[in-house]
Design a protein around this ligand. Sequence first.
Ligand SMILES: NC(=O)c1ccc[n+]([C@@H]2O[C@H](COP(=O)([O-])OP(=O)(O)OC[C@H]3O[C@@H](n4cnc5c(N)ncnc54)[C@H](O)[C@@H]3O)[C@@H](O)[C@H]2O)c1
Length: 262
Amino acid sequence: MDKTGFAVVTGAGSGIGRACALRLAEDGRPLVLLDSDGAAAERTAKELPVAAAAFAVDVTDEEAVADAVRQAVDRFGPPKVLVNAAGIIIRKKLLESSVDEWRRVLDVNLTGYFILLKQVIPAMAAGGGGSIVQIASIAGHTGYGFSSYTAAKGGVLALTKQLAAELAADGIRINSVSPGVVHSGLNRDTLGNENIRAATVANTPLGRIGEPDDIARVVAFLAGPGADYVTGTDLVADGGMISTIHWGSAGGELHSFHAQER
Ligand SMILES: NC(=O)c1ccc[n+]([C@@H]2O[C@H](COP(=O)([O-])OP(=O)(O)OC[C@H]3O[C@@H](n4cnc5c(N)ncnc54)[C@H](O)[C@@H]3O)[C@@H](O)[C@H]2O)c1
């Protein structure tokens, strides 16, 4: 495998971003970690077995992102992998949300991705290409989340498809991963509620809540040579959550009906 250049991961201080950094480090490339929580990004950097640089950067701050990318290119050469993972959720229904709350969620979860793309793609193209993986969500497929979050994630899915054709000539692939429910900082509060936790497990055919590394392994696949012919697609990693209608306790009865010939 080509080990030149570096991989950049946003939201690398926690959860899925941190797990992606740990997985991508197995490729031997230096890691560049961006997170608004600089101390958390530093902690992840210390865990890595490769050279790493951590930046305390809010992904909505284009100047700060541009500066971090410039410093990283000076130190490590061209970016070969970008993982857009920094994200937030505000759990409010549409009519409960202020315009500022709506804007903040769209700003971080969609415009933040745009800013990273804008700052990384020119250097990636100049370096001969690479692979971009964007963390979307099943919320972008099904409306599972809350309005601002769902709208932002739907935007990530559409943006990813749009860019596949735009970036192919530069040797850049771009895909997204849609996690289901994963243990992370984002939903520590909701999964701390026993009813919500039990309902989540009951609604997941594989019978467990996801771990950040479940997502990171899929990201590493899309970022790596195994996915050389894959661009513009989304890979749902949700334990089967959105693949089926959930019949609850009637499920067993229903399936035994299906077992009978009609
Ligand atoms: N956990 C889930 O169930 C789940 C499901 C689907 C999608 N996702 C997505 O996965 C991604 C990672 O989230 P997570 O679940 O690991 O949550 P997390 O809270 O554990 O990690 C998110 C990280 O992003 C950082 N961050 C937040 N706002 C930022 C900003 N403006 N600039 C830079 N960094 C910022 C946080 O400091 C944190 O370290 C997000 O895009 C989220 O929407 C998560």
